[in-house]
Design a protein around this ligand. Structure first.
Ligand code: FPP
Length: 238
């Protein structure tokens, strides 16, 4: 009998909220001589498996960056490919009903195609009573854009200068009512925030890795959570 049994993730304390930048799809495809779209297809599969895994281990919140406000600058066929993957996922999400995952989209839906907006609403409405993982999918999301929207809301509500607190702003973000991300994971060897959860990440712990998103597995997530549990979060205190 081993003296020291390694604890499974389920037995270890989990962050409440993990956010992920699903980066490296293009490079994954390039390394294999494949079109970038193949990287996104593979990345979408990784997204599903990681979301299911997070649900299985009892994570409360997972937020993934699927499409940023800046991603419209990509070639139109690449944008169309990502939108089609989103469509496929949203149609397929019906099959995930039994998983008890509550889906929410964060970002500005205005420029998205009408059928995608309808599918997003159907998914949010259809999963609103789910009690498992709360899965936020960031689509046409940008942290600065989110803050501009929040400021516009504050002004339109005629809130006076002295009434404005940090809570006033938090309550008008797409993530209103949710805990800030404790832990942000960015694979693919990039060390940037890329306009992701700018306000909410004030005290988030970051984890970077060279692994490309399509190669990211639950084992990488386990390793990241292990490291998170070794960190000493002080939130500006001592
Ligand atoms: C970043 O990698 C990835 C994206 C901009 C798209 C992410 C989309 C998916 C994983 C699939 C669709 C999502 C859902 C929710 C079904 P990159 O293309 O910038 O990679 P690179 O830096 O290697 O070029």
């Amino acid at each position: 009998m081993p003296l020291f049994k390694k604890k499974s993730t389920a037995e270890r304390p989990l962050p409440r909220h993990i956010a992920i930048v699903m980066d490296g799809n293009g490079r994954w495809a390039k390394k294999r001589g494949l079109p970038r779209s193949a990287g996104h297809i593979s990345g979408a599969k990784t997204f599903k498996s990681i979301a299911l895994y997070c649900n299985k281990i009892g994570l409360e919140y997972l937020t993934v960056y699927a499409f940023s406000t800046e991603n419209w600058k990509r070639p139109p066929e690449e944008v169309a490919g990502i939108m089609n993957l989103l469509r496929d996922y949203l149609k397929d999400a019906e099959n995930f009903k039994d998983e008890n995952i509550k889906v929410k989209f964060i970002g500005d839906p205005a420029p998205l195609a009408e059928d995608i907006k309808a599918l997003m609403k159907k998914n949010e409405d259809g999963s609103k009573d789910a009690t498992g993982l709360k899965l936020n999918i960031a689509i046409n999301y940008g942290g600065r854009d989110e803050l501009v929207h929040a400021v516009r809301k504050i002004v339109s509500e005629d809130i006076t200068e002295n009434e404005i607190t940090e809570q006033t702003v938090s309550d008008r973000l797409y993530t209103a009512g949710m805990p800030d991300p404790d832990f942000i994971i960015r694979p693919s060897g990039e060390y940037r925030t890329s306009n992701y959860l700018l306000w909410q990440s004030a005290y988030s712990e970051y984890w970077f890795s060279d692994v490309l998103w399509p190669d990211f597995t639950p084992k990488h997530l386990e390793k990241a959570i292990e490291e998170y549990n070794r960190r000493n979060r002080r939130f500006g205190g001592v």
